[in-house]
Write a new protein. Structure first.
Length: 189
């Protein structure tokens, strides 16, 4: 949906620009060919078309802002989902949760990571998993079969620290911050 809105935005921006350029060249041709007297009547005729095209360009900006908000919302949902993850998560699971393609989920993860929102998280391209900071040192073979309270507590604290950092930098909304914090504090052993 975001991609469709973005394409519509581009069309509504560049098509009117091309048409305005065409009208300007055509108008210049009339001025050169017929003189200034005829040009003023033609200008009044094309003025309404130019205003309509300008309105389409404004609609393009509006659609572009909607596309950006959708993208920001997907990024924040991804951050919240990953911060609440206790173990590595397969990229397909994230894509299903966010209702996006696997490729777009991976692209969004790297985009968010480049913004330093999830700088401690890593991507295992072999297994197609995103690995939280507390579980990076252990592979699935090395992980103990029992749950350690110490590891759980360290993981919870790491997530809370990352959440606090995101809030301080203004990269997560107050509502999302409170929801994730409540979830993390509710998991205390």
């Amino acid at each position: 949906m975001r991609r469709l809105i973005q394409i519509a935005s581009w069309i509504l921006l560049y098509l009117p620009l091309a048409l305005i350029l065409f009208l300007a060249v055509d108008f210049l041709n009339y001025v050169i060919t017929y003189g200034a007297g005829v040009a003023s009547r033609i200008f009044l005729n094309i003025l309404s078309v130019i205003v309509f095209l300008a309105i389409l360009m404004v609609v393009s900006g509006w659609l572009s802002s909607i596309s950006d908000r959708i993208e920001d919302d997907i990024e924040m949902q991804l951050v919240g989902f990953l911060l609440s993850a206790p173990s590595p998560i397969h990229i397909e699971k994230i894509a299903k949760y966010l209702n996006i393609s696997v490729g777009y989920a991976a692209k969004t993860f790297f985009k968010v990571k480049s913004k330093k929102m999830l700088k401690e998280f890593t991507f295992d391209s072999e297994r197609m998993e995103i690995i939280p900071p507390a579980t990076q040192a252990m592979t699935t073979v090395e992980k103990p079969s029992y749950t350690s309270h110490i590891v759980d507590e360290l993981l919870r604290k790491a997530k809370l620290m990352e959440l606090e950092r995101l809030k301080e930098e203004g990269k997560i909304s107050e509502k999302a911050y409170k929801k994730i914090r409540e979830e993390l504090e509710g998991k205390q052993p």
